[in-house]
Design a protein around this ligand. Structure first.
Ligand code: ADP
Length: 400
C-alpha cells in the first residue's frame, strides 16, 4: 500500500490553517485552524471528516511549534496521527517564490535558504511560511515537505505584462516586477471552469475573479496565465476588503510629504485600513451590502467603487485575451455575493457578458453557470479549493 495522505499547511503570522487529504481519491480527512498563536486566547477549531461535530479548544498556544503539536494531537484523536506511514508528504503554501520558484519544489536546506532570501519581497507572509516549514520538518523529517508558491502560476506572464515602466536597471537590482498572487486558486479555478464547459484547459480563455478578503483577477489563455491584477505585492489591482488596490503612486508621496506619515504608516494605511474598510468602515461584503441596501451612502459608494474597479479589469482582460470563453467568480465574495456578480457584469452585454438573474440567485457549493444558454461568454461561479490544489501538486511531485 502506498502512502496517500497529504497534510496541507497554510501558516500565517499568528495562525495555521490545515487540511489532511487522501490523494487516492482527493477526499478530505480533516481540516481546521489554530488562531491567535502566541496569545492567551489561542483557539483551535478542528473539523473531522464525515460531518462529525467540530471540536473547539481555547487556551494559550505559545508558538507555531506548539500549534503543530496541537494539530497532530487533534488528528491522532481521529486515528489520523501524523506519525502514520500513510503520510506521503506535507504541502506548504508559500506566498512569494520570486522569479526563482515557478513550480512546486521539494524543500531542502538550500530551498529554505532561498525562500528566506525572498523575505524582503513578502515581509508579512514568507517568515510565517518558513516557520511552518521548519516545525513540520522537525516533526516528520523523513517525509518530503513541498513548497507550493502563490506566485508560481503567474510566472508565465510575458515580460511586457510583468514589467513596471520604470528604470529597468533599478527594477532589476531591487527585483521590482509584477509577480501576482492567489496563483494556486487561479490555476485551480481556470481548470475547473474548462471542465465545467466540458473542454480541455488548453482550448479555453478564462478570466478568473478571485474575490475574497484579498482579491485578484487573472487572464488565462489556454491554461496559461498572461496577466493578473496583483503585482510586486498583493496590494495592486482590485478594491479589496482592507487594501486599496490601484492608485496613483504619487498618493504615497503626498501622504509622506503633506500628511507626514512614515513608510510603515503608509504601508499599514494602504494594506489594512483601505479598500471597503477605508471607504465605509466595514471590510465584510455582507455588511457593505446590508448597509447599502438600507441606503447608507458610504456603503453604497464602497460597493460601487468595488464593482467599478472589477468591471474595469474585466474589460481590460477581454482586451488582453481577444476572445473570452468564460468569466469565473470565486472565493468568499465571488461565490456568495450575487449582487456583486450581477453588478460587475451589468452593462457588458456588448462584450457578450450576461447574467441570468434566476441562475445567479441559486446558492450552491458546486461549480455552475449563471449565464443564459445563448450567451456568447459563459459566466460561472466556481468554488475555489486551494488546499486540494496544493495537495494535488504536492502529491504529484512526490510520486512522480
Ligand atoms: P480570504 O481571502 O480570507 O480567504 P474568503 O475567500 O473566505 O477570504 O472571503 C472572505 C470574504 O467573503 C468575507 O470578508 C466576506 O466579505 C465575503 N463573504 C462571505 N460570505 C458572503 C456572502 N454570503 N455575501 C457576501 N460576501 C460574503
Amino acid at each position: 500500500m502506498t502512502a496517500s495522505r497529504v497534510l496541507v499547511l497554510n501558516s500565517g503570522s499568528s495562525s495555521v490553517k490545515y487540511q489532511l487529504l487522501d490523494m487516492s481519491d482527493g477526499s478530505r480527512l480533516a481540516s481546521g485552524l489554530v488562531e491567535r498563536i502566541g496569545e492567551e486566547t489561542s483557539r483551535i477549531a478542528h473539523a473531522p471528516a464525515g460531518g462529525a461535530a467540530e471540536r473547539e479548544q481555547t487556551g494559550p498556544v505559545a508558538d507555531h511549534g506548539a500549534a503543530l503539536k496541537a494539530v497532530a494531537a487533534e488528528l491522532a484523536a481521529d486515528g489520523l496521527g501524523l506519525d502514520s506511514p500513510e503520510l506521503a508528504a506535507v504541502g506548504h503554501r508559500v506566498v512569494h517564490g520570486g522569479t526563482r520558484f515557478t513550480a512546486p519544489t521539494v524543500i531542502d536546506d538550500e530551498v529554505l535558504k532561498e525562500v528566506r532570501s525572498l523575505v524582503p519581497l513578502a515581509p508579512l507572509h514568507n517568515p510565517a511560511n518558513i516557520t511552518g516549514i521548519e516545525v513540520a520538518r522537525a516533526l516528520r523529517p523523513d517525509v518530503p515537505q513541498v513548497a507550493v508558491f502563490d506566485t508560481a502560476f503567474h510566472a508565465t506572464m510575458p515580460e511586457y505584462a510583468a514589467r513596471y515602466a520604470i528604470d529597468a536597471q533599478v527594477a532589476d537590482e531591487l527585483s521590482i516586477r509584477r509577480y501576482g498572487f492567489h496563483g494556486t486558486s487561479h490555476a485551480y479555478v481556470s481548470r475547473a471552469t474548462a471542465a465545467l464547459l466540458g473542454r480541455a484547459p488548453e482550448e479555453v480563455n478564462v478570466i478568473v475573479l478571485h474575490l475574497g478578503n484579498g482579491a485578484s483577477a487573472s487572464a488565462v489563455r489556454g491554461g496559461v496565465c498572461v496577466d493578473t491584477s496583483m503585482g510586486l505585492t498583493p496590494l495592486e489591482g482590485l478594491v479589496m476588503g482592507t487594501r486599496s488596490g490601484d492608485l496613483d503612486p504619487a498618493v504615497v508621496f503626498h501622504l509622506a510629504r503633506v500628511g507626514g506619515l512614515s513608510v510603515d504608516e503608509i504601508d499599514t494605511l494602504l494594506n489594512k485600513r483601505s479598500g471597503l474598510l477605508g471607504l465605509c468602515g466595514d471590510n465584510d461584503m455582507r455588511e457593505v451590502l446590508r448597509r447599502a441596501g438600507e441606503g447608507d451612502p458610504a456603503a453604497d459608494t464602497a460597493f460601487r467603487a468595488y464593482v467599478h474597479r472589477l468591471k474595469k479589469y474585466i474589460g481590460a482582460y477581454v482586451a488582453v485575451l481577444g476572445r473570452v470563453d468564460a468569466v469565473a467568480f470565486t472565493a468568499g465574495v465571488g461565490e456568495n455575493a450575487a449582487p456583486v456578480r450581477e453588478a460587475a457584469v451589468s452593462g457588458l452585454e456588448e462584450l457578450g457578458l450576461v447574467v441570468d438573474a434566476g441562475l445567479n440567485s441559486v446558492r450552491s457549493r458546486e461549480p455552475r453557470l449563471i449565464s443564459p444558454d445563448h450567451a456568447r461568454v459563459a459566466v460561472a461561479v466556481v468554488p475555489t479549493d486551494e488546499e486540494l490544489e496544493i495537495a494535488a501538486q504536492t502529491y504529484e511531485l512526490v510520486t512522480r
